[in-house]
Design a binder for this molecule. Structure first.
Ligand code: SAH
Length: 253
């Protein structure tokens, strides 16, 4: 049996209770060493076999899983944040299906949630943004043309950019060409939720490249763009005394 587990965004106590239990029971752990906080490995039991997938190909990861299966062992495949976001899990699921190996998935706190917490921001503000776009700038891995940063920027939604901290010049260019104003609030969050390592830089779309450059940030960071980090927004209807909800009557005027 293989459990794909989302490790959370960095702080070791941000893994789910289930994820921590699965880690504690695993005979073999294959973790994404480039991003998963190694402190998470302290949840493993003595004698657990541990592999860093940063040094492995998909084929080598599958071989480790097959060997564990042959020996009747349980494997945890530990991915950073939540597996569903840039986790390269689909190719593993399909390969395991083809091999007849059983697996399940335990969700995790994605770094885009960790970054919102670090920034103390709400991505969805009434009358400002009711949409969050999770995307990336095109790099060595391409992005379908209709999903380019410029095309997505035209919506004025909150944007969370993964895997793009090393491309902030290009990012600014695309955001501006998509209709983003230069003064639109932006933030760079480095190692969100990692104890003692998290760093937050608030800036604007215009100052994104210099902010990244001056602070030496080119990886392990998210870039957040949007007026949700500005001053203007409307109050929620849900908690407005003048509105009735399924749970509460409106107050008399
Ligand atoms: N599955 C992960 C994302 C993996 S892609 C998740 O749900 O968060 C790797 C990218 O995620 C990094 O390049 C960086 O952009 C972002 N990332 C991962 N952990 C991060 C963290 N703690 N703080 C900021 N960005 C992070």
């Amino acid at each position: 049996m293989v459990h794909f587990v989302g490790a959370g965004s960095g702080a070791p106590d941000l893994i789910t209770v289930r994820g921590a239990r699965l880690l504690g029971e695993a005979d073999t752990v294959i973790y994404a060493g480039s991003l998963v906080n190694p402190a998470l490995l302290e949840y493993t039991k003595p004698g657990c076999e541990i592999h860093d997938s940063a040094k492995l190909t998909l084929e080598q990861v599958l071989e480790l899983i097959r060997a564990a299966e042959r020996a009747g062992k349980t494997t945890v495949r530990l991915h950073t944040g939540d597996c569903s976001i840039y986790g390269a899990v689909r190719e593993q699921f399909d390969a395991l299906d083809a091999l007849g190996i059983d697996y399940d998935v335990c969700p995790g706190v994605s770094s885009f949630c960790g970054a919102a917490a670090a920034l103390r921001t709400e991505y969805t503000l009434p009358e400002v943004s009711q949409t969050v776009i999770i995307t990336r700038a095109a790099g060595r891995t391409g992005v379908p043309e209709r999903q380019s940063v410029a095309a997505l920027a035209s919506h004025g939604a909150t944007m969370v950019l993964f895997l793009s901290a090393g491309m902030t010049e290009k990012l600014r260019e695309e955001l501006l060409s998509g209709g983003c104003k230069p003064e639109t609030p932006a933030a760079i969050v480095y190692k969100a939720t990692w104890p003692g390592e998290e760093r937050i830089f608030r800036c604007t779309v215009d100052t994104l490249p210099e902010t990244a450059r001056e602070n030496g940030i080119d990886r392990t960071a998210l870039i957040i763009v949007g007026d949700c980090m500005g001053e203007q927004y409307a109050r929620s209807k849900l908690y407005d005394p003048r509105f009735s909800t399924g749970y509460r009557a409106a107050e008399k005027p």
